[in-house]
Design a binder for this molecule. Structure first.
Ligand SMILES: *Cc1c(COP(=O)(O)O)cnc(C)c1O
Length: 375
């Protein structure tokens, strides 16, 4: 199928870019012996799990449903971390996961009788209390009062019996220098316990496939950790796996004027790219510039009733017409996993673009998908 024959709105996964991201990650695994896991919360398009599984060691989940998806569709290492487990879900996680991380010693002890009898490797998430991100407090697990990870003051070395691993996750879209800073803080607080562990999980937020990422600094750190402490090292990036590996194709449905020209698209920030409003950020758009940069400026918005459903202000070299297609970039991550049907908006279809440019429809959604969630 040709790209232009796909319906809109449609998320399109870029197989060529996905593969090139995966090749870089696979190379890190090969050179350092680290295990890299897909954090499914960023990208759960399981149609391409068999492809990803050719390159990576496994997946990680934020709870039972993602863990089931990983067990069914990825079929390699299956890790899970959640701030709290309920008893039924925990029993099932013990059957389908090989690694389970706890967020507190309360939870560790509550389920000790269960996990001690199960074939799982258990870890505890710690909080190195080292914030390295500037302005994204919502994504900072080391912010004051954070519930994520045990702090040094609340750490109970006497309860580590049977615990195989330590886990920390503090980064978001960051480079290796911030990981090195964080590891130093972790090492100072928890390094003495690492020697008795089998593994260390460095969490996600490593923007490894971004152009300026310092891959060799990451490799050196992993090798140093493995040599110094004799532990297996895990990384569980989400973003980095499908970074820039997808688009959201949309169609201009109408153009209205109110001092400025406003495009009404068949896609919505609130429904189909919620991070645009939550982060917030302005998604990259093909063939467009900043407001005022090119001759034809437009505000891009949606056909929902939410006044603030504004994707961003852009400019173009040509006049935009009703029926034109506009293509948002970097739309594979934190998009499909977060979308919703607010205002009764249809969910975008999901397609795959092959390296030769041909496209294949993976899934389309209809009225029943909307209705089934509502009662
Ligand atoms: C969100 C998260 C990840 C993945 O983060 P990215 O920023 O997408 O790389 C990994 N591990 C944990 C525990 C997370 O909460």
């Amino acid at each position: 199928m040709r790209r232009l024959d796909l319906p809109t709105p449609c998320y399109i996964i870029d197989e060529a870019k996905l593969r090139s991201n995966l090749e870089l990650l696979h190379d890190i695994e090969q050179e350092t012996g680290a295990h890299i896991l897909l954090a499914q919360k960023a990208f759960s398009c399981f149609a391409v799990y068999p492809l990803i599984a050719q390159y990576l060691s496994g997946v990680t989940a934020s709870g039972l449903f993602e863990a089931k998806l990983g067990a069914e569709e990825f079929r390699k290492e299956n890790h899970v971390f959640s701030p709290a487990y309920d008893p039924e879900e925990f029993a099932e996680l013990c059957r389908i996961c090989d690694h389970i991380s706890f967020n507190s010693f309360n939870q560790l002890e509550l389920y000790r009788p269960v996990w001690e009898q199960a074939a799982v490797s258990v870890g505890i998430r710690v909080n190195p209390e080292c914030s390295t991100q500037g302005d994204h407090a919502i994504y900072d697990p080391c912010a004051k009062g954070s519930r994520l990870g045990v702090t040094k003051a609340n750490f109970h070395p006497e309860l580590l019996n049977g615990v195989d691993g330590l886990h920390f996750h503090t980064l978001c879209e960051q480079n290796a220098d911030d990981l090195i800073t964080t590891f130093a803080a972790f090492e100072e607080k928890f390094g003495e316990y690492l020697k008795q562990m089998k593994w260390l999980n460095l969490g996600g937020g490593h923007h490894i496939t971004r152009e300026d990422y310092d891959v060799s600094a990451l490799k050196q750190l992993i090798l140093r950790i493995r040599e110094t402490y004799g532990v297996e090292v895990y990384l569980e990036p989400g973003e980095a796996i499908a970074l820039n590996a997808g688009w959201l194709d949309t169609t201009v449905m109408d153009i209205v004027e109110n001092d400025i020209k406003i495009l009404i698209l068949d896609a919505s920030a609130a429904c189909h790219m919620p991070d645009v409003l939550e982060m917030p950020y302005r998604p990259p758009l093909t063939d467009a510039g900043e407001w005022g940069e090119k001759a034809y400026p437009y505000r891009l918005s949606a056909r929902t009733c939410l006044a603030g459903d504004i994707i961003g202000d852009y400019s173009f070299d040509r006049e935009i017409k009703i029926g034109d297609r506009l293509i948002f970039c970097d739309m594979a991550i934190y998009s499909m996993v977060k979308n919703n049907t607010f205002n009764g908006m249809p969910l975008p279809a999901i397609a795959l673009q092959r390296p030769d440019g041909s496209c294949e429809m993976i899934r389309q959604f209809d009225y029943q998908d909307f209705k089934r969630r509502l009662s």
